[in-house]
Design a protein around this ligand. Sequence first.
Ligand code: ADP
Ligand code: AMP
Length: 226
Amino acid sequence: MALKRAFIFLGPPGAGKGTQAKRMAQRSGLAHLSTGDMLREAVSRGTELGRVVRPIMERGELVPDDLVMKMIEERLARPDCAGGLMFDGFPRTLAQAERLDAILESAGFGKPVVVDLSVSHDKLMRRLTGRWTCSVGGEIYNVYDAPPKTPGICDHDGGKLVQRADDRAEVVKERLAAYDRATKPLTEYYQRQGVLHTVDAAASVDEVSRALSEIVERAERRDGHL
Ligand code: ADP
Ligand code: AMP
């Protein structure tokens, strides 16, 4: 039987995790689990979780581990997760990573393939303050580097493009600090497990995609097909 595979995209806010995960999900059919998207959905639906996390996200801080883990565990119970997983923006703390390891092991997944999208902080401000996202399909644009054909409108489905409240410069600074403090140490954690791949995420979207495809192919050759 093919090994059930889990991919983890690490990297600071704005590194391109969502952009690459969306492309890879289309190609591979793996379930794309973005904790940021899930939390924003809870906020926009006004659920109990949404009411709790809204002010935390507006400040650019991390949501407490227990809330994130409960949300992930519920999501993992859905049938589309059975074949393979792609985590985007999760795990973000050592506690989340350790709990994910235990979940993957008990669910019969192989060791995750972890990709660190590495890019210097000075590039990230431009990427984040220039990011606009389709309110319908979630397509990601950048007004400086990857603009839509018509300003404010998605090329794919005509949806309205919106800017995230936490992509303001003051909040971006806090998010980058949270990354340095809590998430960056995960690279060492996965390095020690021998599952970390580092990709130069300052390269173009297509170049990063190609580098990811090579990593996926190597993992498939090593472990059997997805
Ligand atoms: P993340 O999910 O890591 O926060 P996104 O995928 O949302 O990052 O990308 C952040 C911004 O950077 C978006 O505006 C996106 O269009 C842009 N972007 C993503 N990858 C690249 C790249 N390789 N080069 C230049 N801009 C990029
Ligand atoms: P993102 O869309 O990944 O940039 O996440 C947006 C915001 O959601 C973050 O700044 C955090 O407040 C929150 N968030 C997303 N994922 C996590 C996570 N795994 N752990 C804690 N907070 C998270």
